[in-house]
Design a protein around this ligand. Sequence first.
Ligand code: DGL
Length: 280
Amino acid sequence: MRSASLTIRMGKRNNPIGIFDSGVGGLTVAHALHSLLPHEQMIYFGDTLHLPYGDKSRETIISYSLGIADFLLQQDCKVILIACNSASSNAWEEVKAHVGDRAMVMNVIDPVVEQVCNDRNVIKSVGVIGTKATVDSGTYARRIQECAPHLQVSSMATPLFVPMIEEGFVFDDISNAIIRSYLSRKEMEEIDTLILGCTHYPIIRNQISRFFNFEVNVLDTAQIVARNVHMLLEQHGLLATERTQPDRFLVSDQTPYFGVISGMFFSEQIQLEKRNIWAR
Ligand code: DGL
């Protein structure tokens, strides 16, 4: 699950970056990317018809992810960024094999693992929080221990965080109580670094840092991923020279609710378009 394909077809530098998630959480990554690389055109796809992925089986997550990858290939994307930890941890190998050299496939786990491994001499114990699908896959722990066997890795599913954030419970008594209830468990007692293994969680990063009295390094995963995309595009000569089309934000099911919460994840008002790629 390491470096992106080296056999990527060239001559695609101004093609869009395709980004997908189960819903709107991946917009935290899209926003970090948009701020860092304003010349790049993004086509974001949120599979709101099928969310959440965090409670689905591996087989189901793979099948949805392959369908979305096909759709993004039809849009001529030069990159497919899986901006969902549940899909990155369960379907990355399959998406990469399926796409082959038609686009570069990236996930949100590799860059974060790489950062932890680079800092392995100053880290002792890492916590990972995410959906059940992400934590049950064991991907973060396995990958970190491959490069830093001495590191203690404690993973814990925190499934209430996604609905809590989507309902707007952020920096208030309810979110404080839920954060305290999860993060004061013994799995998180000794950690000095915390990975937010879900693309929704950057929204509560400051609140989590405060819970730990700013004594735990809560990694800014969206920023780390965006910087990594930049680096890989540069390495492969795929950085856009100009933006030819506006960004697009597509969702497989549309309700006014998704429109309202998308602003929270992208920090700017965006227009969601309904595109049900699953309709026959
Ligand atoms: N954004 C998803 C992730 O990063 C979480 C939401 C879901 O369960 O679909 O895993």
